[in-house]
Design a protein around this ligand. Structure first.
Ligand code: HEM
Length: 471
């Protein structure tokens, strides 16, 4: 007991908590990344705070993250319990599942199914190239007039996931599809702030009327939409013809039907479908929204990307992933969009799987840990111009592409983003295909769009209008 007490003396520092509520009044839940930046200036790169009686640790900066996420990855590979999510079964998917064999089975199955999907049929790359062509035709239909590409980007990225998960893509004006994307968007907006924290402390509140009902009904509507698709698959399922991820999962369920401890259950299927769809759509779409905004605001960078595309691919052939290695400037621009856009600043919450230490501080098993990815992507001791859009961060003095260790938008270690490869492919193919076809300009008589972000779990740009002129 004395030894443990001594270790607790080395718990990371933080502001003094009040009884019952902890530091809730001192925290700005509307923009946690900014709040964490200010706190790390005061308390250092490893600090803590309290929500009610619950301790939370925040890790900041490249050196701390390298030590924890890479060298001691397993120590923080767990996820915290989120009572509201557990009540609706969402802790059964790969995103919020506890670290252990079930998570490992599900993650391995998801990665290999998504990777191998379409063997002998359409490859993943072909699907993305095809979707990029649809995206271009929607841009072309605007005939150079101003428009907002917000939902169009979401249509494109969610169609890539939909075609792998459900075996089909949707037309961009499909009413059902638009409703689904609306729920996804609203979930993001409503999911920040104090409301979800309150639902977590008191999940029974979901049965009580109040402003939180909009958030609850968005999640439940999203789930019931996916439930319908799973039901349709179950009725038309033919083991001889595997159509998509859901079919592959149904096959695993069939194999394991005698095993009550199997990971492959219907509740897991619903949660993992929701996870992959949710995690794979908004993140990639938001990065593409940043991409268009930044080429709009930095015409010289846009011109240099156009030049490289014309030289390496030309105007007629469709861009493919192999082109990336011959296009150091475009590659650097895409990396810098991800670094500067900093779209998932705090990633997902971690939870200590065992007692651990970092930089002399002690963090016991069972503590929630935030990995502040933003503090790595904008680390002032690492990047030359951390707060500027500067593609040269990823170029050497001969103009060749260089990898940078502090480039961690997908996080790192055991819980690193499961869709990293897919996301990188989408970003390159969508961005390059759009840039090959169009010049993007700010509509006449409109103010310069804002460059600062809005925080809704992710950092997204303010809505803006764009003109896409055929090249
Ligand atoms: C987790 C970023 C696209 C599926 C994560 C995490 C980050 C991230 C930061 C949290 C890692 C951690 O807990 O430390 C991004 C970014 C994307 C992107 C920036 C696009 C630019 C995708 C796509 C998919 C996906 C396309 C779908 C196939 C997931 C899943 C997890 C995850 C399932 C949870 C992994 C686990 O807990 O084991 N992502 N992601 N992501 N991402 Fe992504």
């Amino acid at each position: 007991f004395l030894k443990r007490r001594k270790m607790w003396n080395r718990f990371p520092p933080g502001p003094t908590p009040l009884p019952f509520i902890g530091n809730v009044l001192q925290m700005d839940f509307k923009c946690l990344p900014l709040c964490f930046r200010q706190m790390s200036r005061r308390f250092g790169n490893v600090f803590s705070f309290q929500v009610g009686w619950t301790n939370v640790v925040v890790l900041n900066g490249f050196e701390v993250m390298k030590e924890m996420l890479i060298k001691r990855s397993e120590d923080i590979a767990d996820r915290p319990p989120i009572p509201f999510y557990s009540k609706i079964g969402m802790d059964q998917g790969v995103v919020m599942m506890k670290y252990g064999h079930a998570w490992r089975d599900l993650r391995r199955f998801s990665i290999s199914t998504l990777r191998n999907f379409g063997l002998g049929k359409k490859s993943l790359e072909e699907r993305v190239i095809e979707e990029a062509a649809y995206l271009c035709s929607v841009f072309e239909s605007k005939e150079g007039q101003p428009f907002d590409a917000h939902y169009i980007m979401q249509n494109a990225t969610s169609n890539v996931i939909a075609s792998m998960m459900f075996g089909d893509r949707f037309e961009y004006d499909d009413k059902k599809f638009q409703k689904l994307l609306y729920f996804l968007d609203e979930n993001m907006k409503l999911g920040k702030g104090l409301l979800p924290q309150i639902l977590n402390v008191a999940p029974w509140l979901r049965h009580v009327p109040g402003p939180h009902q909009k958030f609850v009904s968005c999640i439940l509507n999203f789930l019931s939409f996916l439930e319908e698709i799973v039901e349709e698959h179950k009725t038309s399922w033919d083991p001889a013809h595997q159509r998509d991820y859901i079919d592959a999962f149904l096959e695993e369920m069939e194999k394991a039907k005698e095993d009550p401890g199997s990971t492959f259950k219907e509740t897991t299927l619903l949660a993992v479908t929701c996870d992959l769809f949710g995690a794979g759509t908004e993140t990639t779409a938001t990065t593409l929204r940043w991409a268009l905004l930044l080429v709009l605001l930095y015409p010289d960078i846009q011109r240099r990307v156009h030049e490289e595309i014309d030289r390496v691919i030309g105007r007629d052939r469709r861009p493919a992933l192999d082109d990336q290695m011959n296009m150091p400037f475009t590659n650097a621009v895409i990396h810098e969009i991800q670094r500067y856009g900093d779209i998932f600043p705090l990633g997902l919450p971690h939870f200590t799987y065992r007692d651990t230490e970092i930089q002399g501080f002690f963090i016991p098993k069972g503590i929630m840990v935030f990995v502040n990815l933003s503090s790595v992507l904008k680390d002032e001791t690492y990047w030359e111009k951390p707060h500027q859009f500067y593609p040269e961060h990823f170029l050497d003095d001969k103009g060749q592409f260089v990898k940078r260790e502090a480039f961690m938008p997908f996080s790192a270690g055991r819980r690193v983003c499961l869709g990293e490869q897919l996301a990188r492919m989408e970003l390159f193919i969508f961005f390059t295909t759009l840039m090959q076809r169009f010049t993007f300009i700010i509509p006449e008589n409109q103010p310069r769009p804002r460059e600062d972000p809005i925080f809704t779990f992710i950092f997204s740009p303010h809505r803006y209008q764009i003109c896409a002129k055929l090249r």
